[in-house]
Design a binder for this molecule. Structure first.
Ligand SMILES: [Zn+2]
Length: 481
């Protein structure tokens, strides 16, 4: 993202009365006063797993995430529910896949409606709740603000190449979140912080620029700048940096943005631990989706597919009683809410497409034969621990399943961790088809606010002369977000 920063004035807060209550301890099934841990959820935009040192990236660029992995559980095969921002976060907050919630695969032009959110459950249990977000698509119009007593989406500056695409750097977001934490004396909290920095344009602050240097990609030829935000064999227009042309230089800047975000992740975890004291903190860090680094000719973009460069994200979990360990089990964004609720000592969600990983990280009892799903516009994938199958679907909004022309592709990881074409097993194929057919009707579009319409118009998505813009929607799965 650009180094535009923002002011630190006023958060928007409201405080509801506490409703602390006795609940049943879901891990031991004995009625008792729950420990009710504090909870810190950090989502990092556009963070692919293999650019994190704890997942094998060299040189070491993520000391804070590495330290978290030393304290708890690291999931090697964590799959984003979607490869664009809004549906991925909606899945994190509802434990439902993109085809099961009203945000769908569109990137923020429909609201989240009709489902209980993780924040509402924490608020109902008497927690202080707050969110601090850094990307324009996560503004409160998306509906993720429900249950958050404070929802800080005060984004005042645009990206360097898209002045209407509002965002905020990690320092601005994290300092506000830390300030909120420090006012919670003795109170239980659920805090969600979203950091935007690895999202392009890759322009880390001076103090981090050059700390990683060039990162060799398969292609080393200088790339042209594209005239659009989507396309192969070039640098998308919103990513263009005047002084950079080679893929290695862009990849290095991306790794440095991750290093910068990691610095503030460390500060946030420290502040949460300090505030929690004996109560203990459950902390989970994940990415919303990855980023292509030349795979299939796509550079520095996301949202165009469901392949591992875009789907595979870090997923690191620490909590009292959770030992340091790495897990091969495939996990998903839809597991976030069930896991945090159980580790916090709260009752489970009534409806969930995910599983709580609490049992896995406490007793190492892995679920057998698990598949998880990843969506983007016109494509869905089913992942298991060793590989995936994906299929193009003619439209994310069309009735899916029988009758659609479906082109399946499967890949598996070899011993060296490389992805190679594979046979599609019939069972995975059938489960993927059933998933595509399971989507619920989306809540109607047309919920955009005038401010949003103006932003889309400024970005060129809506013609200046189009008086009916209010009824139009943004392009599906805009990868620039
Ligand atoms: Zn994102």
């Amino acid at each position: 993202m650009s180094r535009s920063g923002s002011t630190l004035s006023g958060t928007h807060g409201r405080h509801l009365p506490s409703l602390l209550m006795l609940i049943t301890c879901s891990l031991c099934a004995c009625p008792q006063a729950s420990p009710q841990r504090n909870v810190l959820l950090i989502t990092v935009d556009t963070l692919r797993a293999d650019f994190v040192h704890a997942y094998g990236f060299e040189p070491a660029n993520t000391p804070s995430l590495d330290a978290l992995a030393e304290r708890g559980a690291l999931f090697e095969n964590a799959i984003a529910a979607a490869t664009v921002t809004a549906p991925a976060h909606a899945s994190i907050m509802t434990a439902r896949y993109a085809r099961e919630h009203s945000v769908g695969t569109r990137n923020g032009d429909t609201r989240l409606e009709g489902m209980v959110t993780l924040a509402e459950l924490f608020e109902n249990a008497g927690y202080d709740t707050a969110a601090f977000v850094s990307n324009v698509v996560l503004r409160r119009r998306l509906g993720l603000d429900r249950g958050f007593q404070t929802y800080d989406d005060d984004l005042v500056r645009g990206e360097s190449n898209r002045q209407s695409h509002f965002e905020r750097i990690a320092e601005s977001t994290a300092l506000r979140a830390i300030d909120w934490l420090e006012k919670r004396a003795g109170r239980g909290f659920f805090l969600w912080v979203h950091l935007q920095d690895p999202h392009g344009p890759y322009a880390p602050p001076q103090s981090f620029a050059g700390k990683v240097g060039d990162v060799a990609l398969r292609s080393e030829r200088p790339l042209p700048v594209l005239e659009t935000s989507v396309g192969r064999a070039g640098i998308p227009d919103y990513q263009a940096l005047a002084d950079l042309r080679t893929p290695a230089a862009y990849a290095g800047r991306y790794a440095e943005e991750i290093m910068y975000a990691d610095h503030w992740i460390g500060k946030l975890v420290e502040a949460a631990d300090r505030q929690s004291g004996d109560r203990g903190t459950v902390a989970l860090v994940t990415g919303d989706h990855g980023e292509s680094m030349g795979e299939a000719g796509w550079f520095f973009q996301h949202g165009h597919s469901t392949t591992p460069d875009l789907a595979r994200v870090p997923f690191i979990l620490v909590a009292p009683g959770v030992e340091r360990r790495r897990y091969e089990t495939v996990v998903s964004h839809v597991d976030v809410a069930p896991t945090l609720l159980e580790l916090a000592g709260l009752p489970a969600l009534e409806q969930s497409s995910g599983i709580s990983l609490a049992r896995l990280v406490k007793s190492h009892d892995a679920p057998a034969d698990r598949l998880v799903f990843c969506d983007t516009k016109g494509e869905a994938a089913a992942y298991h621990a060793l590989g995936f199958a994906r299929v193009g679907v003619s439209s994310a909004r069309a009735p899916a399943g029988a009758g659609l022309p479906m082109q399946f592709e499967a890949q598996r990881k070899n011993e060296r961790g490389e992805w190679r074409p594979a046979e599609i097993d019939e069972r995975t194929k059938q489960r993927l088809v059933r998933y595509i057919a399971s989507r619920v009707p989306l809540v109607a579009a047309g919920v955009m606010e005038p401010e949003h319409i103006e932003q889309l118009r400024a970005l060129g998505y809506i013609p200046q002369s189009d008086d009916a813009a209010g009824q139009q929607a943004a392009p599906d799965g805009d990868p620039a977000q």
